[in-house]
Design a protein around this ligand. Structure first.
Ligand SMILES: Nc1ncnc2c1ncn2[C@@H]1O[C@H](COP(=O)(O)OP(=O)(O)OP(=O)(O)O)[C@@H](O)[C@H]1O
Ligand SMILES: [Mg+2]
Length: 321
């Protein structure tokens, strides 16, 4: 395992700048999620770390070694991509053993490693099964076991669960978190799903158009997004414009409604109950604000009611333009 330091990384395809000055310092054993919309450069970062693509400028250090000087097949990096690329003609055990055979491991060592890895991903007993006869989640586990077979120093996953249904996806997220923690392996996980990133990451790197918008813990990102892009991307619904001042962001659950008193005046346009939560839309000036509270915890209002909207100062923060 090792720390990974990416400094001032740049990559262009023709005249298109896919990565513009990317710097991230990742500590040994850290779980990083790269989060961002389609085309922002997430896969390109993984491909540069893996050596499948060459960078134009900057540096990637693994520990103190310059990774970019090491050819792809000599970098000890495990990868799981969205399209699994399992070998369909090989059974589960042979898929996992593939890299170890290429590397010339002794047969007895391969047998014990394969059973250790299948145990790790919860597939012991399926060693002789054809991969075509596995469910989507099981195939995903084979791909993870295969990627971890050579005890890589860095583990890269590119939207590995995007083809799975919601329940299986939740289960695989818990599994991958457990495996990553057990192995203490430095991990990059790409997703465009902010909930998935929040569930998995020690630190989330939010990307936009080839640049990093913010790198922070899930908690910090949720409570203190640094830019409007991050605030919108992670679903903060209220960005309130103010004359001559920076706009502020406030989460729906921080808004407090009263029939009178301090605040800004608004009108309730919609309200609906979703399980234990009551959600409202309030028209304030030309803008719609979203408010939510535990049903029954606040004053009740009818649709069309005039209300005063306020929030605790510490729950609102200014956003640079
Ligand atoms: N080999 C290539 N040749 C030309 N352009 C490329 C190449 N690879 C990637 N790009 C471009 O670089 C940009 C970043 O691509 P990348 O695959 O890293 O995006 P991404 O963030 O992984 O997106 P997605 O969420 O859709 O997978 C995109 O605009 C893409 O079209
Ligand atoms: Mg991608």
């Amino acid at each position: 395992m090792a720390a990974l330091t990416i400094s001032n990384l740049r990559k262009s395809f023709g005249t298109f700048d896919a990565l513009k000055d990317i710097s991230i310092s990742v500590t040994d054993g850290e779980f990083i999620c790269l989060l961002g919309g389609s085309g922002c450069g997430k896969t390109t970062i993984l491909r540069l770390i893996a050596g499948l693509e060459t960078h134009d400028d900057g540096q990637i250090l693994l520990g103190s070694d310059d990774l970019t000087a090491i050819p792809c097949h000599k970098r000890n990096i495990g990868m799981v991509f969205q399209s699994l690329a399992l070998f369909p003609h090989l059974n589960v055990g042979d898929n996992v053993a593939y890299g170890m055979r290429l590397a010339g491991f002794p047969a007895a060592k391969i047998t014990s490693e394969v059973s250790r890895l299948l145990n790790l991903v919860g597939l012991s007993g399926l060693m002789d099964r054809s991969v075509a006869a596995l469910s989507g989640g099981q195939q995903q586990r084979v791909a993870i076991a295969r990627a971890l077979a050579l005890q890589p120093q860095v583990f890269l996953m590119d939207e590995p669960f995007s083809a799975l249904d919601a329940a299986l996806r939740d289960q695989m997220q818990e599994e991958i978190k457990r495996i990553q923690r057990d192995l203490g392996i430095t991990t990059f996980f790409v997703t465009h799903d902010q909930r998935e990133a929040m569930a998995l990451a020690d630190r989330i790197v939010v990307m936009n158009d080839g640049k990093i918008e913010q790198a922070a813990s899930p908690e910090e990102l949720y409570t203190r997004p640094a830019t409007r892009f991050v605030a919108e991307f992670i679903g903060i619904n209220n960005i309130i414009a103010r004359d001559g001042q920076m706009p502020i962001a406030v989460r729906p659950e921080a808004l407090v409604l009263g029939a009178s008193g301090d605040g800004i005046s608004g009108k309730i346009m919609r309200q609906r109950r979703l399980g234990a939560l009551l959600e409202r839309e309030i028209k304030v000036g030309g803008q719609t604000l979203f408010q939510s509270e535990i049903a029954g915890s606040g004053v009740s209002f009818d649709i069309g009611a005039e209300v005063m909207v306020s929030w605790p100062d510490e729950k609102a923060w200014a956003l640079p333009a």
